[in-house]
Design a protein around this ligand. Structure first.
Ligand code: SF4
Length: 380
């Protein structure tokens, strides 16, 4: 982009709260972020109408986001591309062709995340028309830091929601907390915003003695992170007194794909996946299957009450992981609920499955604690 095109608007597709991070990076380099309306039924039907029937749900939603962004006046739509062995590698070309066939004029640009920092750097250079390494490093830095805070905040929301005394308080406070993070435009103000955001969350009145279940969420990363596509599973489980932890997050992806090894202190998700998935799956078969298989073993190792695997209908790598789970039962004694989502998934049936799973976990937990009490008495 040249100087006189500085006001051009750039839109990314939605995926949970990631829009807050990319908006911060674009603002930093002087480009206007265009945030399309949050994914809704309208987005889904627009995407579905112009997609091949059997393509996976994230594709349909991303296409719907782009159509809404273009109709709302964006100049560029930016797609995250990857060379993956599943359909993700084809998403870019297919979406570009679909938009062209529909006669949309917005420009299409790709961000190759799997090229690590270089991919992000090249993208910022192309979109801004500038060549300012310090500015780009600052933009990447603020986006990554915001993403870390956003994921931590979502974990806090899950803690408070499972224990809140007045239903809805935690989410109200979370929305206020999000605003602090949105408004921060440099690392120093983000530090202050983070403190204010967590203070806001602490205002939620909780029942600390409530019997809360702990559940990990794994599956295809888009569905795990995006509340529209997973029908806000974290909220639904929170209402039932379940604290959730997403095993796949954007910040854990960033640690593996973007942040240089030298800055990583702990074992990353992918490193853990390679370690724990090995007895069941020898190599990466695309998508997040290696991570999902290892997440079951990891949840079992930590004594978590259950794990839910969420995947889009027809997602090839996740079909493979779901077929591996029964074999894992020999070593991993943890309840697993597989959920397959697409545009036909109805809310009522889905809630019934969640309720039944929560019921099963609760009974199992009580049984286990009774058995432990009895054993303790025998030892006495
Ligand atoms: S991981 Fe699954 S849902 Fe995601 S792009 Fe690949 S096939 Fe589609």
């Amino acid at each position: 982009m040249t100087k006189d095109k500085k006001k051009l608007k750039v839109a990314f597709p939605h995926m949970g709260t990631v829009y807050i991070a990319w908006s911060a990076a674009l603002k930093k380099i002087g480009v206007e972020p265009f945030v399309p309306p949050y994914t809704s039924k309208k987005t889904l039907s627009l995407g579905t109408k112009h997609s091949p029937e059997a393509i996976c749900l994230p594709y349909k939603l991303i296409l719907g986001n782009f159509i809404e962004a273009i109709e709302g006046g964006t100049d560029y739509v930016a797609m995250i591309s990857s060379p993956g062995c599943c359909r993700l590698g084809e998403y870019g070309n297919c979406i570009y062709n679909a938009l062209t066939d529909l006669g949309y004029k917005a420009k299409y640009i790709e961000l190759t995340l799997y090229d690590g920092l270089k991919g992000m750097y090249d993208f910022l250079q192309k979109i801004s028309g500038k060549n300012d390494p310090i500015l780009f490093i600052r933009a990447i830095n603020i986006a990554i830091r915001k993403m870390f805070v956003l994921d931590d905040l979502e974990n806090a929301l899950s803690y408070y929601r499972a224990r809140e005394i007045n239903f809805g308080d935690a989410e109200k406070n979370y929305n206020k907390a999000l605003q602090y993070i949105k408004d921060a435009n440099n690392t120093r103000s983000l530090k202050k915003a983070k403190k204010l955001a967590f203070d806001e969350m602490k205002k939620t009145a909780v029942d600390k003695n409530k019997e809360v279940l702990n559940v990990d969420l794994t599956g295809e990363i888009y569905l795990v992170c995006d509340q529209f596509s997973n029908q806000n599973i974290m909220r639904e489980l929170g209402k039932m007194g379940v604290q959730t932890r997403r095993s796949l997050t954007i910040s854990s992806f960033l640690k593996d794909a973007i942040i240089p090894k030298i800055f990583r202190k702990e074992e990353t998700h992918l490193q853990r996946a390679n370690r724990l998935a090995k007895p069941y799956l020898m190599r990466d078969i695309g998508g997040d299957s290696l991570e999902c298989v290892s997440d079951v073993a990891y949840a079992d190792e930590r004594g978590i009450d259950g794990i839910i695997h969420i995947s889009p209908f027809t997602c090839m790598p996740e079909i493979m992981s779901q077929n591996i789970f029964p074999a894992m039962r020999e070593n991993c004694d943890i309840p697993i609920l597989p959920l397959i989502m697409d545009e036909q998934t109805g809310k009522a049936g889905y809630l019934t499955r969640l309720e039944a799973f929560v019921d099963l976990m609760r009974r199992r937990k009580r049984k286990l604690s009774k058995a432990q009490e009895k054993q303790a008495e025998v030892i006495k």
